[in-house]
Design a protein around this ligand. Sequence first.
Ligand code: GDP
Length: 137
Amino acid sequence: MERTLAIIKPDAFAAGNAGKIISRIYQEGFRIVGMKKLFLSKVEAEGFYAVHRERPFFAELTDFMSRGPCVVMALEADNAIRRWRDVMGATNPAQAAAGTLRQEFGASIGENATHGSDAPETAAFEIAYFFAGVELL
Ligand code: GDP
């Protein structure tokens, strides 16, 4: 079993798509081991995306992520990291395959509806960023 950090980003939450995305998570066979709604501050968003600090879109990304409420979840399944990224689709919704969440709910490369960890080390950092051990049941 593996865990990954998923986020329903502020665009998808504001559009009322959280329910559909959570429903898809169950359909795909993930167990939700942690879930909370947060309204990230700019500083909290910057800390979460610290690995992207040097990227040209860092300010835009952290403004977006602190623009409104989001839902953060720790998901568990076999190969959870790879499988959740497959369900999300490509970073740019315009290139995301049919039936993926980003194709269905994303608007642009920045506002792309969902987040998923990209490796075991990042999943461990990202889950610990939002959840204490006792919240992962
Ligand atoms: P991911 O692992 O598929 O989420 O993609 P990355 O790790 O490359 O980027 C992290 C997040 O930064 C993406 O999900 C987007 O929200 C955002 N992002 C990536 N590229 C761009 C870009 O060119 N412009 C803007 N505004 N945001 C971007």
